[in-house]
Design a protein around this ligand. Structure first.
Ligand SMILES: Cc1cc2nc3c(=O)[nH]c(=O)nc-3n(C[C@H](O)[C@H](O)[C@H](O)COP(=O)(O)OP(=O)(O)OC[C@H]3O[C@@H](n4cnc5c(N)ncnc54)[C@H](O)[C@@H]3O)c2cc1C
Length: 407
């Protein structure tokens, strides 16, 4: 039975916990020329830095979970506290005032995989993994994309063949963010090649430490290596780890993808992809002596306005989800408006910085923007490419005729 606690009492409890367990966040006012000038969209860390960040995130996740603030809205039978989204929001607002480690390593697991497990897994799998995921004991990744199946996800070829109470998986996945840090993965496999492509797929939870799983890092253009290729060489998965029905994997995938767009939109709303970069950009224009240039002023105004519109659209769709609605096409509009604005920022940066964008002159806050620009194509692809989102908006919002499809 879920406990009854008012929001006010809950807030007091949470404040006490936070005050006792961590430090308040100190806002450092950014001064031009001081501190780090890094402005990148993708994490650019060495493996050692990633592992250190993951250790800090895990320690904090465990402390928070053990105090009752780890999975506030989760069902009590699987380790959650059974409280409301209002309690969750109240906690998040308080935690934002404290200097807690970034939760990047858990983003995909808790944002996409855990909701899919909750919706489609057997009770055995829910019992085995949900509490550990929310306590930060284990990390999860999403194993969907393949070398010939990204936008056309249903065309994937990784096979799972039934063998008694198990499935044997062989094939290759690609662009798997965080696979090298993960303990489990949500994998989508072809289980019946004779059925139409959307109908022959099945989802599973796979142990990333199982024999036959081979994880190889992929280096991104900006230097870091957050992605991987993952090869499955006759990897055995118990049937109890199946998600949903045999050949019902498309429904399972849609649950994950809807949560993915929500997680990306929500994550971007308050970050460099949203508004963080704008202030730095304005400072840059001033320091490059361009603030009286009417064309530059117009471009800056455009970016600020469109950045706000993008954030508000994201917040509007997040509010709909928070109120119990399903993520809809508005999430595609929100993501599209963010990436369109990043392109406006790239145009302005090229105009203002010229050669300083491509050659490191040593001047603070100039060449650093090249990392931001090189990250934009990735943002335009992750979680639905710009073109695919245009298709969604065209078909589902504007009611244009559907794209012709093979089946
Ligand atoms: C930062 C990042 C993180 C990622 N993390 C993961 C992860 O953790 N797990 C995972 O499984 N995958 C992940 N991916 C992969 C991502 O889901 C795919 O890259 C994406 O679905 C696009 O697939 P693709 O790369 O195969 O490109 P393709 O689908 O081959 O597209 C190539 C080009 O063709 C265009 N195109 C394709 N189809 C159409 C169409 N019907 N109409 C018009 N244009 C079209 C696309 O817009 C694009 O410009 C990640 C990608 C990025 C960039």
């Amino acid at each position: 039975m879920a406990e009854q606690i008012s929001i006010e009492d809950f807030q007091q409890q949470a404040s006490r916990f936070l005050e006792q367990s961590t430090e308040r966040r100190v806002e450092v006012r950014q001064v031009w020329g001081e501190g780090s000038d890094q402005v990148s969209l993708l994490p650019e860390r060495t493996l050692e830095e990633e592992l250190a960040e993951a250790r800090a995130a895990k320690k904090w996740a465990q402390t928070r979970f053990d105090a009752g603030f780890g999975w506030i809205t989760g069902p009590t039978e699987f380790g959650g506290r059974g409280l409301t989204r209002d309690h969750q929001r109240a906690y998040e607002a308080l935690e934002a005032q404290f200097a807690v480690p970034p939760k990047t390593v858990y983003g995909i697991g808790l944002g996409m995989v855990a909701p899919t497990i909750l919706a489609h897994a057997t009770d055995e799998v829910k019992q085995r993994y949900l509490r550990s995921m929310w306590r930060g004991d284990i990390v999860a990744c999403q194993l969907f994309s393949e070398p010939s199946a990204g936008s056309d996800l249903a065309g994937l070829q990784t096979r799972a063949v039934r063998d008694g109470d198990e499935w044997v998986v062989s094939g290759q996945k690609v662009w798997t963010s965080g696979a090298h840090l993960s303990d489990i993965g949500e994998i989508l496999c072809r289980t019946d090649p004779d059925l139409p492509k959307h109908k022959g797929l099945t989802g599973f939870v796979v142990d990333m430490h199982a024999p036959g799983v081979d994880i190889r890092p992929l280096r991104q253009i900006t230097g870091g290596a957050s992605f991987n290729e993952v090869f499955f060489n006759d990897v055995h998965i118990p049937d109890s780890h199946r998600l949903g029905d045999v050949n019902g994997g498309w429904t399972v995938a849609l649950t994950t993808l809807m949560n993915e767009r929500a997680a990306i939109g929500g994550g971007m709303a308050g970050t460099s992809a949203g508004n963080m970069g704008t202030q730095r950009l304005i400072e840059l224009v001033r320091h490059q002596g361009k603030s009286d240039d009417p064309l530059v002023r117009q471009q800056v105004a455009d970016i600020v306005i469109n950045g706000r519109v993008a954030s508000y659209t994201t917040l509007r769709s997040m509010a709909k989800i928070a109120a119990g609605g399903l993520p809809g096409p508005e999430m595609s509009i929100a993501k599209l408006s963010l990436t369109l604005n990043m392109r406006r920022m790239a145009d302005l940066l090229s105009h203002v910085l010229g050669p300083k964008l491509v050659a490191d002159s040593g001047e603070w806050g100039t060449y650093a923007w090249s990392q931001f620009i090189l990250g934009i194509p990735g943002m335009r692809v992750a979680g639905g490419t710009d073109e695919i989102l245009h298709n969604i908006v065209g078909e589902r919002v504007l009611g244009l005729p559907k794209e012709p499809s093979a089946n």
